[in-house]
Design a protein around this ligand. Sequence first.
Ligand code: NDP
Ligand code: MG
Length: 384
Amino acid sequence: MTRSISIFGATGSIGDSTLDLIRRNRGEWRVVALSAHCSAEKLAKLAREFGAEIAVVSDESCLTELRGALSGTNIQAAGGAQALCDAAAIEADLTVAAIVGCAGLAPTMAAIARGGVVALANKESLVSAGEVMTNAVAKHGATLLPMDSEHNAIFQCLEGGKLDDVRWITLTASGGPFRTKTMAELDAATPKQAVAHPNWDMGAKISVDSATMMNKGLEYIEAFHLFPVGLERLRIIVHPQSIIHSMVEYRDGSTLAQLGPSDMRVPIASTLAYPARMNTPCEPLDLAAIGELSFFAPDEERFPATRLAREAANAGGAAPAILNASNEVAVAAFLDSQITFTQISAIVARTLEQLTLAAPQSLNDVLAVDAQARVRAREMLVSA
Ligand code: NDP
Ligand code: MG
């Protein structure tokens, strides 16, 4: 029995890892849609290799290049934001949401609206939309399978358990490349240093988020929506080896943890095969070679992002979307050498302070909050 799959963000790091697993099991999958933003040549190559039915570039100005690269095939080429949502609305057994940023929200909502099963890597979309997304999931009978390694770990630890019996959900954080750096060193940190993650090989944006700890802040909000135990039962611990991907402690004192190599193909495989299991090419864990697992409390003086995310989650309403949008703007500016590393969190904090917007009730409301927060955050870049 083959299953059909669509991958949004197919040319990125999660896209690569997902397609690597599909490639090893080609006979089991039929590829419906693949998307990129503007990497037309890479997208066309993948679409040809996997015999995709449709390839979409969300940046319409790249459609001509995509059409050229797909000429002589019967793969449909499409471009633009609406084309992306139309492709996500096409029936597929599994839809992988692996676009980076709130840009992935609309296609993910389109897949949810057809009651699809969505393997969610794109945390920014859930952070921004919150209840707008979880309500749509409930309304349309859709399913979210968490692909983010921590949430996939929690999902596995909760299997067979009841949320009512959960005492704590503990998200582990590697601490990123700057875990032991001083404030002065953080001030001088360069984009190149920030994207060099010690354990994981990821896209540039999430690598910077890992360095500021905003990745864990976003994941805290993501966990709040995926596993509704209440914010007071969610916590974060720094675990530099990234072997334990997260834990669930039950009220009887039992803690279940999911362990694995720092390779996204493990959580991705868990969602691709769910509820069964599949092989991955990842090296088995060698705990004796690893030797020690260590844990530290997060330092919110040097890394205020987790505090900002906790405050935004507590405030609710538009705050998480403002947090996310201002962070996207600030991270892009840092990668472009317009601001320093420590200014990223400062800009997020100031945008949150200055902007009060009504709680979004619909996808369009979320996109409007996102747009307004971007405008405000960009104004701050000028004064930063
Ligand atoms: P990458 O930057 O490697 O890839 C991003 C993908 O999204 C590419 O296909 C890119 O296309 C596409 N894209 C970029 N901008 C837009 C846009 N404006 N509209 C539509 N598509 C766009 O990111 P990652 O794979 O690292 O991350 C993807 C998501 O998964 C993020 O939300 C991240 O937080 C999450 N995640 C990633 C992990 C990882 O290990 N990488 C781990 C856990 C979660 P193009 O190539 O044309 O630019
Ligand atoms: Mg993660």
